[in-house]
Design a protein around this ligand. Sequence first.
Ligand SMILES: *Cc1c(COP(=O)(O)O)cnc(C)c1O
Length: 443
Amino acid sequence: MTELNIDKLISNFPLLQQVIALEEVVWFNPNVTTLERGLPYVGLGEQDIHDASLRLQRFAPYLAKAFPETHVTNGIIESELIDIPAMKLALETHYQQPIKGRLMMKKDSHLPISGSIKARGGIYEVLTHAEKLAIEAGLLCESDDYSKLLEPEFRNFFQQYSIAVGSTGNLGMSIGIMSAKLGFTVSVHMSADARAWKKSKLREHGVNVVEYQQDYGVAVEQGRKEAEQDPRCFFIDDENSQTLFLGYSVAGERLKQQFELQGIVVNEQHPLFVYLPCGVGGGPGGVAFGLKMAFGDHVHCIFAEPTHSPCMLLGVHSGLHDEIAVQDLGIDNLTAADGLAVGRASGFVGRAMERLLDGYYTLTDEHMYQLLSELNQAEGIQLEPSALAGMPGVIHVEQNSEYLARLQIDESTLANATHLVWATGGGMVPEQEMAAYLAKSAV
Ligand SMILES: *Cc1c(COP(=O)(O)O)cnc(C)c1O
């Protein structure tokens, strides 16, 4: 890795002064381009998403039986799309600014099996691996009814293999629960910020939880090392995995269907803005990719990060991607938003998606707690702190006349816009823990 000259970096990118001072910042990338021009850099396309979608359909009969909570959706893991009118009012009061468009929320926080956005990518990658092993062993073919995977023969087969992952919590939950259910031996390497209840829940499922005093980067590295020593161990690489990314991307076509059912139009006169909390980038990046493929240039994706962990903003803004970590700037990567506590962004996601992401902003932990409490009061919905990061996005967009002018969005178009806050986690937070979150916010 090349030696970083921080002073030079700051003089080239003055916004970094505020980032280093842990101030909340907003950056709309002037270099975004059309889907047509941006897509070649992603290296994945329509067919890849379609394959992922079909794979999830093949597994649906199995999931419906293995996880009864997915029975109602026939084994498809999907979340609700809702209006949050009372929260819209609360935000207008909070920021002393009217919100012109429609405010909605995507409740990935309440996805079945693991209660976070990771139920998309994490579970998908475990299923992909299991399918590959079973097909190679001649135990399964794509035309089978996959509910046969519940038979002891398969559990015995998967027991010979192991899966490892490094996580701040939610990815470990998804991968741990799914892998253990299939019969795999699974190790989850948890960073210091991982919540105790997530670790105990995993242990209840028979998952081997390895704890670290260091952050996400170290947990991932150790997981990677363990896996390298064992040819039967598969390491799920949150920093680079295209499979994870594709699992998340299926959200795009699913959202499009939900919009159609609810009669919500997305086109030039009716733009869609989506606010996605970002950790390493795979989840929001994959979802954004799926959204771009589903809605084209009329969807605008914006990433949100904690002021203490602005890794994607830093990587894309400086162009250094995974060659720089927030710690290089003296930023500590300590945040209550455990799902977002990542110091170094995925190089794959940043490089693949930077031309298709409209902007990035940061917010403080106090701000997230405050919004957590406001959402609870307004809508009776409880989320974990990370999942609130998308909430102020609509305010930034509607305030930024330069950005709106660049998009050629005028007042009347803005009134037609839909703003979608991607709520990424919180559905499984224990009551006591939630009470502690609520107590922390002084509203
Ligand atoms: C993991 C996570 C994210 C971000 O996903 P990345 O793939 O790490 O960028 C956002 N919110 C919650 C609650 C998460 O668990």
